[in-house]
Design a protein around this ligand. Structure first.
Ligand code: SAM
Length: 229
């Protein structure tokens, strides 16, 4: 229901402004204050980011092109894209995240990336490339098609999107995780059926051109590049 959606978003925002920020800011850094699970997640996430950067490199010049990164976290993707010459507009529902991303970018002397706090659905404009990496885990199934439709509406050329795929194996792992949640509070996590994600992109007028899967012990992410038809 609509109440569920509001609750999910409020919960996600609060989590990523507090405990979630501390946890993920450490994972998305070189800090050695991480446990084995967090280190494994860092490794998997780094691989996803590297795969995206390799696609962008293989395509040639991103210099001067516009990129909109939705749910940018601490800027793990937005920052290297700006360093490659893209003009980046990046946002996150958590102000702790967008502020940290902005701080990291400034400390690296980056002037071509703008970071602000926004819910993905409120992001506006038109960009060559729209990216949204590992954010869909916070979206209930019923919200996915609308979310993908919104991202596609912002993109002049392509969308780069990742999500945790719903396969029997990961569903099982997630159940085990829920039985043993550990000491830290987290948010609800949603896995998504790949077929539904692909259909939502096609419905929005996009065609899947490239794909990758990244899996470590605790990190699973399917990555798609969809290009406007
Ligand atoms: N995309 C970044 C990356 O790959 O490094 C961060 C990934 S992190 C697992 C998920 C991020 O999505 C968090 O920073 C969270 O605040 C953000 N997020 C969750 N729901 C969101 C929403 N509805 N709108 C914008 N950001 C959202």
């Amino acid at each position: 229901s609509i109440y569920n959606v509001v609750d999910d978003k409020t919960e996600v925002r609060e989590y990523f402004n507090t405990e979630g920020f501390n946890r993920w800011n450490k994972i998305y850094s070189e800090s050695d204050e991480v446990n084995k699970v967090q280190l494994d997640i860092r490794t998997g996430h780094d691989q996803t980011i590297q795969k995206i950067l390799n696609w962008v490199k293989d395509d040639g010049d991103i210099n001067g092109k516009t990129v909109c990164d939705c749910g940018c976290g601490v800027g793990s993707l937005a920052i290297p894209l700006a360093q490659m010459g893209a003009t980046v507009s990046a946002s996150d529902i958590s102000s702790s995240m967008s502020t940290e991303a902005s701080r990291r970018a400034s400390s690296l002397g980056i002037t071509t990336a703008d970071f602000y706090t926004s819910d993905l659905e409120s992001v506006e404009g038109n960009y060559d490339t729209v990216t949204c990496v590992d954010v869909a885990i916070h979206y209930p199934t019923e919200q996915m098609e609308g979310m993908i439709g919104h991202l596609c509406g912002l993109a002049d050329r392509r969308v780069i999107f990742s999500f945790a795929p719903k396969t029997w194996w990961f569903v099982g792992l997630k159940k085990i995780g829920e039985l043993f949640p550990g000491p830290s509070k987290t948010t609800r996590a949603y896995l998504h059926e790949e077929e539904k994600v692909r259909m939502a992109m096609e419905k929005a007028g996009f065609k899947i051109e490239r794909e990758e899967f990244t899996g470590t012990n605790f990190y699973f992410s399917k990555l798609l590049e969809a290009v406007k038809v």
